[in-house]
Ligand binder design. Structure first.
Ligand code: ZN
Length: 86
């Protein structure tokens, strides 16, 4: 078994976020994924980054809850109706 061809933790770990972001070319992606399949700590980092990234994207895709806009405008109306005594 030739483990010396593995790109190594430092190299793989530093590219995990880029991999999840789709910023690596296919050869680099393959290197990092191959390392992760053989290395438990990098695999768990990859797992965490993938989970966080998908949650973050889901959160961005969500619409604000109904009523939020109305409550913001209601608060604005209160403050603009307020007249400070001169
Ligand atoms: Zn590793």
């Amino acid at each position: 078994m030739d483990m010396n061809r593995d790109c190594g933790c430092a190299s793989a770990f530093g590219r995990i976020e880029a991999l999840v972001d789709g910023q690596l070319d296919p050869i680099e992606s393959d290197e990092v994924r191959r390392h992760c399949s053989a290395c438990e700590s990098c695999a768990s980092e990859l797992d965490v980054v993938e989970t966080l990234t998908s949650r973050f994207r889901a959160a961005l895709a969500e619409q604000p809850p109904p009523g939020l806009r109305e409550s913001i405008f209601a608060n604005l109306k209160i403050s603009t109706d307020f007249r400070a005594p001169n």
